[in-house]
Ligand binder design. Structure first.
Ligand code: GLC
Length: 744
């Protein structure tokens, strides 16, 4: 107890303490503790280890419990639960200075309540809903002892061969920035100190999504201008929104591993952006510099990482083993170690862990948050909003969808009865999942009543060459009025270390679709996957298609809600869908080039493939509704503008159908001529609106010079006078355009 008094006195929190200036801020408190710490204790704060399970290649380690008791570990990941975290925290309280542990966890799309994967949520374009699911994730995770969530992943994803596109918000910097901010706000809530507010962690810093060939962990090589224009904006926006921590990335950027990249961590993040939180490495990425060939040993790796601005070493032991020597030999200034430790201690003080190390380890609160029916309902709503309707042709004089309750339905496909595959990667298993998770089959039973006879056939497996189930599936289809198929990916086919060179529908699934198509029955195909897949035949021949991503624990109920029109689909694609892998990377905001193809038929002496149309199979921002929306002619407040004037863009959107529905009106801008070439269009505003049947809403967008701004060749963020096209529409392809002139 002597030590505790000593520490508390140092913090001037001991009742009746001698009248010393009361440190009021977390910074002052952190400095008070820092002054008491030995070098070894400081290094302990920079050392993070995984506990109960691994999310990366395990490094051989000593007895973690002993290390915690000695104050040699400052943070742990991959352990959860009020009791379990309390147990480890109790050990930390046996250390000399009783500095509390920080518990971090990958809660990427929900904890006990599994929401749609982040890429699916991005398809909702509903920022409030996205913030709400992050808020719920924070409430549930903090009730299970977690202080720090390794989310949001804000990597721009233009390459669907890269399995981690599922964790992000797609290809666009503007949409990605808005969603990053929404997720940070959701996670951090009303501010640290509240027991349901957790530290957010922006990852992976930076440009990880541009890995060559879409191959995970691969090199990234790009101009600094491209980095600023496309990959940094979501990080910058989320830092400005107060994100507490940043995780760097496995990739090397222009030859320097991100973990040891001073340009990224010192110059940009902590310098230009004045980031006051702390940076954690990715799993073992400090030591992996030796494998990159950027350090001859882990001592050099430790030195390079900390000097470049990496504060905490996740699962690497490099700091643990070498920092003390590096400081003693003068290779690493103590000031840099102190800066890293201070950044971490400040967050522990802000979370209130010094006052009460066990405040997040409350078993009563954990029980209260364990099965919150409201959370489940919100998961279902989020899932319905994430579904993208890609096709809904008219067959036998009516659109296939929505289904009608009197129809005899055949459910066919390898995912129809699957529960876990709808959860997607980065999801948690619970013992009662068999009763909690709603498959499509279960969702349809819930919708129609379990007495309703529904026909079913699996048809084929997810990923083999067996077609022996086709005959039965076709026979089942023949007995139905309409066939609903659910195909796609198993839960582990997309995610970290799941890059694929072939992103066609796996196995014999498209062959099964063709077989069912041959029966001539009206059919709907639901595609559940973690990434854009290629399904050209299905897209061309199947009359109704929905992209259902991985929708989480309420997937089946949500799919049934949309299939029967109890929710009118409103999702819009956050990524372009390629026709072939050969088209990748493919994105909507490309540069025009000197020889653009004017249409999909032009081939010669233009920038096009001679064997494939240039356009994506489905464009960014695309999604249909059961309603039909008509856009009036957009009106501009001016055609000639000057300086800091603003442009008002007005457009009337009308629901021409007899069903209510939501539309995402999108506003794009093109800078016709710049001091560097500019994209043919860039998303700058969007509005998601509900329209009743026959209703018209007049939307007003305000365009300012900030919307015209970009990073010029000197990396200055500026705008240039000239001609601009303003474009508005329900996706990035089908837009109306008007030209304006904006002078300085
Ligand atoms: C993984 C991932 C990262 C995750 C971390 C901890 O390798 O790259 O996103 O947060 O390790 O699990």
């Amino acid at each position: 107890m002597k030590n505790l008094h000593f520490l508390l006195a140092a913090l001037c929190v001991l009742p009746g303490a001698i009248a010393i200036a009361q440190p009021k801020t977390a910074v002052q408190k952190a400095d008070s503790v820092l002054r008491l710490m030995t070098l070894e204790e400081k290094i302990g704060q920079l050392h993070q280890l995984s506990s109960d399970f691994a999310t990366g290649p395990i490094t051989p380690d000593g007895d973690k419990q002993v290390q915690v008791r000695r104050g040699e570990i400052g943070s742990m990941l991959n352990l959860m639960g009020a009791a379990r975290t309390r147990q480890l925290q109790t050990l930390a309280m046996q250390s000399r200075l009783k500095i509390p542990l920080l518990f971090g966890q990958d809660i990427i799309h929900g904890f006990r309540t599994t929401f749609p994967i982040p890429l699916a949520e991005a398809a909702s374009w509903d920022l409030q809903a996205i913030e709400q699911t992050a808020r719920i994730a924070a409430i549930e995770a903090s009730a299970a002892g977690i202080h720090w969530i390794f989310a949001p992943m804000v990597d721009i994803g233009r390459d669907p061969r890269w399995g981690r596109v599922m964790e992000g918000a797609g290809e666009d910097p503007f949409l990605g920035s808005k969603i990053a901010v929404a997720r940070v706000k959701g996670l951090q809530g009303k501010g640290f100190g509240n027991t349901d507010a957790v530290l957010a962690c922006l990852k992976h810093f930076a440009a990880y999504g541009a890995a060559v060939g879409g191959r995970d962990y691969n090199s990234v090589d790009m101009s600094e201008r491209m980095l600023w224009e496309t990959y940094l904006p979501p990080f910058k926006a989320a830092i400005e929104a107060g994100a507490a921590t940043v995780m760097n990335s496995f990739n090397d950027l222009n030859g320097i591993p991100a973990t040891a990249n001073a340009l990224l961590q010192q110059d940009i993040l902590k310098g230009k952006w004045k980031f006051s939180g702390f940076v954690v490495s990715d799993w073992g990425s400090v030591s992996e510099q030796t494998i990159h060939g950027y350090a001859k040993d882990t001592m050099q790796a430790a030195m390079q990482a900390i000097l470049a601005g990496n504060d905490m070493d996740m699962e690497g032991y490099a700091y643990h083993k070498h920092l003390a020597t590096l400081v003693k030999m003068g290779a690493v200034p103590m000031a840099r170690v102190d800066d890293a430790v201070r950044r971490i201690l400040i967050k522990k003080f802000e979370l209130g862990l010094f006052e009460d190390p066990y405040k997040f380890s409350n078993e009563q609160r954990e029980k209260e948050q364990y099965d919150n029916p409201l959370h489940k309902q919100i998961a279902r709503e989020m899932a319905t909003k994430s579904i993208v309707l890609l096709k809904n042709d008219t067959v036998q004089s009516r659109p296939i969808l929505p289904l009608q309750r009197h129809q005899k339905i055949a459910l066919i496909g390898p995912l129809v009865k699957s529960q876990k595959d709808n959860l997607g990667f980065w999801s948690f298993d619970f013992d009662d999942d068999s009763v909690r998770l709603v498959s499509l089959y279960k969702g349809m039973q819930n919708k129609l009543g379990s007495s309703t006879s529904m026909l079913y056939a699996k048809g084929c497996n997810l990923n083999d060459t067996d077609t022996s189930g086709f005959a039965e599936a076709m026979a089942v289809a023949m007995q139905a009025d309409v066939v609903v198929m659910q195909v796609g990916e198993a839960r582990d086919m997309t995610g970290e270390a799941k890059s694929k060179s072939n992103i066609q529908l796996p196995g014999m699934q498209e062959a099964l679709i063709k077989a069912i198509h041959r029966t001539g029955k009206p059919m709907v195909v639901l595609i559940s996957a973690g990434r854009p897949l290629i399904f050209n035949w299905t897209a061309d021949y199947v009359p109704a298609i929905m992209y259902t991503w991985w929708l989480g624990m309420e997937a089946g109920n949500a799919m049934a809600d949309v299939l029967f029109g109890d929710y009118n689909p409103s999702g819009k694609l956050p990524m372009s869908f390629p026709r072939t892998e050969g088209q990748i990377p493919i994105y909507y905001n490309y540069y025009n080039t000197g020889r653009p193809a004017q249409n999909d038929d032009q081939r010669f002496y233009v920038s096009a493939y001679i064997d494939l149309p240039n356009s994506p199979k489905f464009p960014f921002g695309y999604g249909l509704s059961y309603a039909r929306f008509a856009y009036g002619e957009m009106q501009l407040s001016k055609q000639q503008l000057k300086g800091n004037e603003i442009l008002q863009v007005t457009v009337a959107v009308t629901n021409k159908s007899n069903v209510a529905g939501e539309e995402v009106a999108q506003l794009y801008i093109r800078d016709l001529v710049g001091s560097v070439v500019r994209p043919v269009k860039e998303l700058k505003h969007f509005r998601k609106i509900m329209l009743q049947p026959g209703e018209t809403k007049e939307l007003k967008f305000v365009v300012s010079t900030n919307d015209l701004s970009f990073y010029n060749s000197q990396l200055q963020y500026t705008w240039e006078a000239g001609e601009f096209d303003i474009m508005i529409g329900g996706n990035s392809r089908d837009v109306q355009t008007k030209r304006i002139y904006w002078n300085k």
